[in-house]
Design a protein around this ligand. Structure first.
Ligand SMILES: Cc1cc2nc3c(=O)[nH]c(=O)nc-3n(C[C@H](O)[C@H](O)[C@H](O)COP(=O)(O)O)c2cc1C
Length: 356
């Protein structure tokens, strides 16, 4: 049976799959465009997207906006499918990036790593861009609905609920990561329950999208049964031909074993999940030194005491330079065993959905 479509107001994706935004050059127009073509929702991550521009170190704000615009347009050239962008609340250029996305008529802004309390203020009279916060609790979902409704008379167009198995920065305390109470299944139930009263009161469906550790079509089926309208997947999309990272980054995923994903203390003040390597061992051993920072890309980054610049280190990994970098990765990275085209991955997910 075909997977159900994902409906978000007037937007309808043929497959209930959102490709998770992956910052510093992992999900740009290449990956997003390919996912859009196959009927999923493609997502370009905005954080430090300008690092690929020649003048970035001289003029990072302009470089970020220019690159973001150009990637959005490139994705649109590839497909007329649904295009989203991921803009983390914690980035210092949050408002510039949101305004750019709305000007460029992006279909959906996904926003997490903090609560996007003022996101609706950027909508213009004719804009159709949908706003989807990424949360990790029912409490956060409730708070956002109440704040947005009282201040802007706007309700989130959907929520992504991101659980503890996701890759990259995590919205949990380290001790919560292994606690069953915070399993994605439990969080999803909690958020569905939390939004119910508002859906009834405000007469609007708020679709829930589950993220973090979803890997197979069977996993998708399990979460749809729990009542979500779609899933967001990132790790599995890294191992595709179209993913914008260097082949060595993808190969690191293929080579990863079960205990290779570890939790790190990120300089931005949140735990993060990454693939362990010599670089991270050196950080642990105190061999890396604080550095100077010309732009403070993440508001919460304590660059004066942090042993490395997270943006530079992630960029190095994106380019395949693991001597000076490491890769963010989800808990299920060890399940990746091949690099395939997005089309084949989407077909596989559909097949796996049909099994059993
Ligand atoms: C390499 C990598 C980079 C990521 N970068 C971002 C990001 O820039 N912004 C964000 O909100 N989430 C980011 N994430 C989280 C994903 O968008 C996604 O929600 C999560 O990884 C889903 O779990 P999965 O990887 O198990 O499918 C990143 C994840 C990975 C693996």
């Amino acid at each position: 049976m075909k997977m159900p479509k994902l409906e978000m107001g007037d937007l309808v994706a043929n497959m209930p799959i959102v490709q998770g935004g992956m910052g510093v050059g992992i999900s740009m127009s290449g990956l997003a465009g390919a996912v859009m073509k196959e009927g999923g929702i493609g997502v370009i991550a905005s954080v430090m997207i300008g690092m690929f521009e020649e003048d970035f170190f001289k003029n990072h704000i302009e470089a970020n906006i220019r690159a973001f615009k150009s990637e959005i347009r490139k994705a649109r050239e590839q497909s007329d499918g649904i295009l989203g962008v991921n803009i983390m609340v914690a980035i210092s250029e949050f408002s510039n990036m949101v305004k750019t996305a709305i000007d460029e008529k992006v279909d959906i802004i996904f926003s997490g790593a903090g609560l996007p309390l003022n996101l609706p203020q950027y909508l213009t009279k004719n804009s159709k861009t949908k706003l989807v916060p990424i949360v990790s609790s029912g409490r956060a979902a409730k708070l956002l609905i109440k704040k947005w409704w009282s201040k802007y008379q706007y309700i989130p167009d959907a929520f992504v609920v991101e659980g503890p198995m996701a890759g990259g920065h995590l919205g949990f305390k380290v001790e919560q990561l292994k606690d069953e109470k915070y399993s994605l299944q439990n969080l999803v139930k909690e958020v569905i329950e939390a939004v119910k009263e508002f859906e009834i009161k405000l007469k609007k469906k708020i679709p829930i999208i589950a993220a973090g550790g979803i890997f197979t079509g069977n996993n998708i089926k399990e979460f749809l049964k729990l009542g979500v309208s779609g899933v967001q997947m990132a790790t599995r999309f890294v191992a595709t031909d179209e993913c914008d990272a260097n082949i060595a980054f993808k190969q690191a995923y293929v080579n990863a074993k079960k205990d290779d994903t570890i939790i790190i203390k990120s300089p931005v003040g949140m735990p993060g999940r990454a693939l362990k390597n010599k670089y991270l061992e050196d950080v642990n051993d105190g061999k890396k030194k604080p550095y100077s920072c010309p732009y403070q890309c993440i508001v919460t980054c304590d660059y004066k005491t942090s042993p490395y610049c997270i943006a530079s280190v992630l960029l190095n990994a994106q380019k395949g330079n693991f001597k000076h970098g490491y890769a963010f990765a989800g808990e299920n990275t060890y399940k990746v065993n091949e690099i395939i085209p997005v089309k084949e991955l989407m077909n596989k997910l559909q097949q796996e959905y049909d099994e059993q």
